[in-house]
Design a protein around this ligand. Structure first.
Ligand code: HEM
Length: 183
């Protein structure tokens, strides 16, 4: 499968788990580390652990001017200074998915200012969105963010702002996994 990635709870790996907080809905089991790797297909999870799958995909909502602003400011994953990461799988409600594309875009940006808010935290935070819904996964998205320890507080403020938006009223499951890069 093209651009498929597996996020697996492991005992030891490049990203050591600092915390696993269920923000809304069913939690994820505690694990010691998370391994992120390209995958060929979806395999059954190992007993006692979990694996979440997501696919890098095209953009759905970003308008041309937003795309230009993102490209001007965003940085790649894997920067040596980015010793912290957040992996936040999210599932949205049936009510969200029953909306039309233009209605979702209006909630996402015109009402909730997701991109406008997010842009304020670039380039400190590097990000990658993975889509899971069409894979029949328990979450619709896996979001991944990397930042320096000095930017951890700014990242908390960003999350608080996004979680207060109308967009987030459609989030029915969210687990916040924080990680530290093994040095
Ligand atoms: C770091 C700054 C951020 C920026 C610049 C940003 C920007 C964006 C953009 C442009 C999209 C739309 C992609 C498209 O057109 O399909 C998006 C989608 C998304 N973002 Fe963010 N974002 C940021 C932070 C966050 C955070 C902290 C979360 C929370 C976990 C988050 C969760 C999501 C989700 C779940 C989607 C998919 C929404 C959907 O398709 O319904 N983002 N983000």
């Amino acid at each position: 499968m093209h651009n498929l990635y597996a996020f697996t709870g492991v005992d030891s790996g490049d990203w050591r788990v600092l915390s696993v907080d269920p923000i809304r809905g069913e939690p994820l089991g505690a694990v010691r580390a998370v391994d992120v790797a390209p995958a060929q297909g979806i395999a059954p999870a190992r007993p006692g652990s979990w694996t979440l799958y997501g696919q890098m995909s095209n953009l759905r909502y970003a308008a041309r001017t937003e795309l230009a602003a993102l490209r001007a400011r965003q940085e790649p994953l894997g920067r040596p200074l980015a010793l912290r990461a957040a992996m936040i799988p999210i599932k949205k409600s049936a009510a969200w998915w029953n909306l039309a594309q233009d209605e979702r875009r209006a909630i996402f940006e015109e009402l909730s200012h997701h991109t406008a808010i997010g842009l304020e935290y670039l380039p400190a935070v590097a990000r990658q969105l993975y889509h899971s819904r069409d894979l029949g996964e328990p979450f619709d998205f896996i979001t991944w963010f990397e930042y320096a320890p000095d930017d951890a507080e700014a990242f908390e403020r960003l999350l608080a702002r996004l979680r207060a938006t109308s967009e987030w009223s459609f989030v029915e499951r969210e687990v916040d996994v924080r990680l530290e890069r093994r040095t």
